[in-house]
Design a protein around this ligand. Structure first.
Ligand SMILES: [Ca+2]
Length: 190
């Protein structure tokens, strides 16, 4: 290997290392009123507003674990949803109980998911991998329906998970670092 070739190998290895440790560029994507993971991401949610007289309890669509409760959670309360795999839609469910005993379950995403064929969660892109979900907790057919979308509000934050270098990449990086050291030693000797 000539001096020049070793230098090239070292540069290539450094470039590989940069690719390996760089976080995935994309975070959640808003598509058709739904949030989708575009890379493996870590999701957290923070309660930012409550303006309902009813008991609203938020869960993920496929879980009964209550994330926020309009009568028990404090503003600023924070929950981690853990890792979300690339391509998955993030769907929330709002369980609403009125004092007269009526209850509803609304889903984020398209209107067709809901019994009143109405969208119940509005999603606003706040920039910097942050979104705000604002909920309307009453049925379109309820005489008190106001459509103000402020009954329960929370912020969704996503953090792309850095790609962990595979052993093959790491050994290439090692080779590159070795070559860099060799070049430095050669230079010192001159
Ligand atoms: Ca309302």
């Amino acid at each position: 290997m000539t001096h020049g070739l070793k230098k090239t190998a070292a540069t290539a290895a450094w470039a590989l290392l940069a690719i390996a440790v760089a976080p995935s560029a994309q975070a959640l994507t808003l598509q058709g009123g739904s949030l989708f993971a575009t890379a493996d991401e870590e999701i957290t949610i923070t309660l930012s507003g409550i303006s309902t007289a009813y008991r609203d309890r938020l869960t993920l669509a496929d879980s009964d674990d209550v994330l926020f409760d309009s009568q028990q959670s404090a503003l600023g309360a924070n929950r981690s949803l853990g890792m979300m795999p690339s391509g998955r839609e993030l769907v929330f469910r709002l369980n609403v109980r009125e004092p007269d005993g009526d209850s509803y379950a609304w889903f984020s995403g398209p209107a067709s998911r809901n019994a009143d064929n109405t969208q119940h969660a509005r999603i606003l892109d706040l920039g910097g991998n942050r979104w705000r979900l604002s909920w309307e907790d009453l049925s379109l057919f309820d005489p008190l329906f106001d459509g103000d979308f402020n009954d329960l509000m929370f912020i969704v934050e996503s953090r792309p998970i850095p790609v962990i270098p595979e052993p093959a990449t790491l050994s290439l990086v090692g080779l590159g670092l070795g070559a860099t050291g060799w070049v430095r030693r050669r230079r010192k000797r001159r």
